[in-house]
Design a binder for this molecule. Structure first.
Ligand code: MLT
Length: 236
């Protein structure tokens, strides 16, 4: 488990890499695909998103831009999973750039399999790992601008805890993440409210987002990379 994308080694490629950004990018990505979005295309950079999304028909795209928890001017959408509705998203492609989450997805896009995970779709990710049994799995927390984020760690622990008896935990961070999850599993909303990015979102009046993102296993959706940077809903 790497708690920020900056820690991901440049020299190796795992069989499977899982990016987590519970607050809120991977929660939003899972929600968008569950709502019927055709695909979610991720960008670390807002300008590249603007240019590349121009090539897509306007009536079949949505553009989401978030920095510091706020919607970027000129974009259709910020990064709130609560703004995602089937009416708005069905059959459209979401082009999205966020402060940390989409950066971690782009950082791992060379892995053989790339998955986006959050608490909301945790079980779909666990089922995928049980079924496919990839030999090496990197779980990558998005953190906040290079530093540790509690909510991503607790989700890493929520994914690894049910697999514990069948896998070798790669590092102490993974063990700590499982312990964190076991301590907080019955009050994940409480943990998210204490986390520093949770506090930032509370200041931005996004309490309902924290509530939504703290729910476990509410979506049966597996966001999986097709071509680099493009996630689609994979069969379960
Ligand atoms: C991120 O990518 O850092 C987050 O998703 C920020 C947010 O809460 O919008």
């Amino acid at each position: 488990y790497f708690h920020t994308p900056e820690l991901v080694p440049h020299t190796e490629t795992p069989d499977c890499a899982i990016a987590i950004d519970v607050l809120r990018a991977t929660s939003t990505i899972a929600t968008a695909l569950d709502a019927g979005a055709e695909a979610v295309q991720v960008f670390s950079d807002l300008d590249t998103l603007r240019v590349q999304s121009e090539a897509w028909p306007a009536e079949r795209r949505l553009r989401a831009g978030e920095r510091g928890g706020k919607q970027v001017e000129g974009f259709d959408f910020g990064n709130s999973p609560l703004e995602v509705t089937p009416e708005r998203f069905r059959d459209r492609r979401l082009f999205i750039s966020t402060t940390n989450g989409t950066r971690s997805l782009t950082r791992i896009q060379q892995a053989k399999t790339v998955i986006a995970a959050a608490l909301v779709n945790r079980q779909a990710v666990v089922d995928f790992l049980k079924r496919e049994q990839p030999e090496t799995v990197w779980i990558v927390g998005s953190g906040w601008e290079g530093s540790y984020a509690l909510e991503d760690s607790v989700c890493a622990g929520a994914i690894a805890a049910p697999l514990q008896s069948q896998i070798q935990l790669g590092n102490d961070e993974m063990l700590a993440a499982i312990a964190l999850y076991q301590h907080w599993e019955h009050n994940l909303y409480g943990l998210l409210c204490q986390a520093s990015h949770g506090q930032r979102l509370l200041r931005l009046k996004c309490e309902a987002d924290l509530d939504y993102c703290s729910r476990v296993d509410i979506l049966q959706v597996l966001p999986k990379q097709g071509e680099p940077g493009v996630l689609m809903s994979a069969p379960l």
